[in-house]
Design a protein around this ligand. Structure first.
Ligand code: SF4
Length: 315
């Protein structure tokens, strides 16, 4: 397969196939749609400009105190709305080997201002136990690093890959551990997923969720109320819900902005504060996540300033 068509590749775990067959909201997330061939003017392959901030192979250094570590380009199941569509499934281009991890250590040691490392990908829980163990052991040895985060969708897309071996490896990490899980719809919280969440809790890490507003999947109040309430109840703290990034080929997932604001305003008034995530827009050019004002304030929500003070028209 050449580089250009990798974003079109489908992969689904056997586990998710069963959910796809029974839940239209799950099928929409994981099954190819011809609308993916549509690219709008304002869309980009890499709207957050991660590639430009790649300091060494697989290490993105965009914010002074944090580093993103892209451990693999593979996932158990490919989400059709993925922000990293440009790179997921590029197995060889995204492959990280032990010498690359040694380079991460060199870079992180030379940059002690980086106190927070975020393991992502692709899906970091999809790699071999051997590589996973090597990475965690390496990060454990970096004194300036105070926090390790893991961003994964494996507990949702193939929960059996949350293995006892990987749990034991994570228990050895001396730094504070946060585990970020992507959930989009309450039907994803099956008995298998609950079991995976319980296992992850035994690592001592704090569990939080990230979600994306997705048209036809979760752009209604009832669905998100149930999702965030259930996450809260199983011990996964809802953290962020994103406006869908302007990635090439995902415009059919982008919901109506005013509708999203209405939903979040209503949720803020009915959910416990701990169960209500912050609604954000990840700014173009990758300067950060800007909270969207809810309808408790009168303001112009058509434009906003990013963290550098640059004004953006909302997409
Ligand atoms: S699991 Fe994450 S990285 Fe993989 S396709 Fe889904 S959103 Fe993208």
């Amino acid at each position: 397969m050449d580089d250009d068509d990798s974003r079109l590749l489908e992969r689904r775990s056997r586990y998710i196939e069963n959910l796809v067959a029974s839940e239209p909201a799950i099928a929409r997330q994981f099954v190819w749609d011809d609308q993916e061939l549509i690219t709008l003017d304002h869309e980009a392959a890499d709207p957050l400009m991660e590639d430009e901030h790649m300091a060494v192979r697989g290490l993105v250094h965009k914010y002074p105190n944090r580093a993103l570590l892209l451990l693999t380009a593979q996932c158990a199941t490919y989400c059709r709305f993925c922000t990293r569509k440009r790179m997921v499934s590029h197995v060889e281009r995204g492959r990280i080997r032990k010498p690359d991890v040694d380079e991460w250590k060199r870079y992180l040691t030379e940059h002690p201002e980086i106190r927070d490392a975020i393991l992502s990908g692709g899906d970091p829980l999809f790699v071999s136990t051997e590589l996973f163990s090597y990475v965690i052991e390496t990060l454990s040895s970096i004194e300036s690093l105070k926090v390790v985060r893991i961003g994964t969708r494996v507990p949702v897309t193939d929960p059996l890959l949350v293995t006892d071996e990987k749990i034991e490896i994570l228990k050895r990490l001396p730094q504070t551990l946060y585990i970020g899980l992507n959930f989009e719809h309450p039907a994803e919280i099956t008995p298998e997923v609950r079991e995976a969440v319980e296992k992850l809790k035994t690592t001592g890490g704090q569990l939080y969720s990230q979600s994306v507003f997705l048209k036809g999947v979760n752009d209604d109040y009832e669905t998100l109320y149930e999702l965030f309430t259930t996450l809260y109840e199983i011990g996964v703290r809802p953290y962020y819900i994103y406006r869908c990034d302007p990635v090439e080929g995902v415009s059919h997932f982008r919901a109506d902005f005013e509708k999203e604001r209405e939903i979040m305003t209503r949720l803020r008034s009915t959910l416990s504060g701990l169960a209500c995530p912050t609604y954000v827009i990840d700014t173009p050019f990758g300067s950060g996540k800007i909270p969207v004002p809810l309808k408790y304030w009168d303001c112009d929500a058509e434009e906003y300033l990013d963290f550098q003070g640059v004004r953006h028209r909302r997409i």
